[in-house]
Ligand binder design. Structure first.
Ligand code: AMP
Ligand code: GLY
Length: 420
């Protein structure tokens, strides 16, 4: 069987690696990266070049395409592949609006009684500034459209909020994505990532995960694309049950409104004092959540996705282990950061530790840094402590100029229940 993975980051490396564990599966990736090239044949096609991706899937007689990033899904890759009779595991552009338009997602949640922060959709700066003033205290300003994970500002003060409105709506630092914004109530609590394989109203939960978004240890510094992850994450059992109910409700809502979701549906939730609230929906695997969820899958991932696409149920089981992912990032990330530094020590990473490439490149045969998040180092173990020790043993073997990482990933994991 031939499977094509679309994308080029750590999530896609984890997908390609997990798929390649089935001997009968031959993995292709577009465009891939030097790490992915160890487990897949990389095709020089951008993840956003939908016609070229469809042509390659036809030419190579690909049996299944799995899409990592949100942009091609929002651009309609699932619709294009369906129109050509090509099998793809991912939502239509209409269903991908749960991620691609925050206003769409918030209104859907309001219509279907899914708990979320109080909010207002604003189409011009004046109404956004009025909403900020009305809120009084801290608010969160979110670009409506896709902004590569950078379109959310948690504003503690009025002037920060006003600056965010100015940046998004007037200066348009994220282009058209910020022409409309959502101004919402600022919540406090513990966050979790709740993912499931979904087809229409049917939902098969994946392991609950936790993403560490802040750049610095102890949850300090700016938000990033994710500096680490842990699975299975634990939530109080009532919150875990509510989290799962939310995914069922969202899947039901999308199906009932004529945009049935097929693929990975992801709710980013916060457990507040008043109960669970949805912060966002994503229409794909989380990055770096995929890097900790996929190593714990037992069973054939491609078969599971094909079973779902053909109207059946997936046969996925989980190893009773834990996984911890620590990100090795470039100095300065998430701000401007230099790249092009040689990466050393990958051969010295102990067995049992996985290294997924995110921002790497080959230059004259040498592996060098090529992005903010460079490597995702994943330890798997019988306990979180063991997984954590393996991840940190791996990362201490690796080096590059300016490498930075958090030292507290997986430390002091809270106790409670998980969803699967
Ligand atoms: P999002 O992309 O919507 O998940 O937002 C990115 C991050 O911003 C979240 O993981 C939270 O840490 C934070 N965030 C988003 N919405 C809120 C909110 N209403 N209150 C507090 N923090 C939030
Ligand atoms: N880990 C957050 C995301 O994938 O959006």
């Amino acid at each position: 069987m031939k499977v094509l993975v679309v994308g080029s980051g750590g999530r896609e490396h984890a997908l390609a690696w997990a798929l390649s564990r089935t001997p009968a599966v031959q993995v292709y990736a577009a465009p891939g990266n030097p790490g992915i090239a160890r487990v897949a044949t990389c095709l020089p096609i951008a993840a956003t070049d939908l016609p070229a991706l469809a042509a390659a899937a036809e030419d190579l007689e690909i049996d299944l395409t799995v899409v990592g990033p949100e942009q091609p899904l929002s651009d309609g890759i699932a619709d294009l592949f369906a129109s050509r009779g090509l099998r793809l595991f991912g939502p239509s552009a209409a269903a991908a609006r749960v991620e691609a338009s925050k206003a769409f997602a918030k209104d859907l949640m309001r219509r279907w009684g899914i708990p979320t922060a109080a909010y207002q959709v604003c189409d011009d700066p004046d109404s956004a500034l009025r909403a900020v003033r009305r809120a009084g205290g801290p608010v969160v300003i979110k670009a409506d459209g896709l902004a590569a994970g950078k379109g959310v500002v948690v504003a503690r003060t009025r002037s920060e909020a006003e600056r965010a409105v100015e940046d998004l709506m007037v200066r348009q630092v994220h282009g058209a994505a910020g022409r409309r914004v959502v101004v919402e109530e600022c919540l406090e609590g513990e966050e979790a990532s709740v993912l499931a394989l979904v087809s229409g109203a049917a939902v098969w939960p994946l392991l609950l995960a936790r993403d560490y978004k802040r750049a610095g240890s102890g949850d300090t510094g700016p938000n990033t694309g994710g500096m680490g992850a842990l699975a299975p994450a634990l939530l109080p059992s009532d919150a875990a049950a509510s989290a799962l109910a939310i995914l069922h409700r969202a899947a039901e809502a999308l199906a009932a409104e004529g945009s049935p979701f097929v693929g990975v549906l992801y709710a980013g939730v916060m457990v507040t004092r008043d109960g669970i609230r949805v912060l966002e929906f994503n229409c794909r695997f989380g990055d770096p959540e995929a890097q900790v969820i996929l190593p714990l899958v037992e069973g054939d991932l491609a078969e599971a996705m094909i079973a779902i696409l053909e109207g059946g149920a997936p046969d996925l089981r989980w190893t009773p282990h834990a996984a911890v992912c620590v990100v090795a990032a470039s100095r300065g990330y998430p701000g401007p950061h230099p790249t092009g530094y040689p990466i050393t020590g990958l051969d010295a990473v102990p067995p049992g530790t996985l290294v997924f490439h995110a921002g790497t490149a080959l230059r004259e045969g040498r592996l060098v840094t090529a992005g903010g998040r460079v490597l995702h180092v994943v330890g798997v173990g019988a306990t979180v402590e063991e997984a954590r020790a393996r991840a940190y043993a791996g990362i201490s073997a690796i080096g590059f100029e300016g490498m930075q990482y958090r030292t507290d990933i997986g430390a002091a994991a809270p106790r409670g229940a998980t969803v699967s």
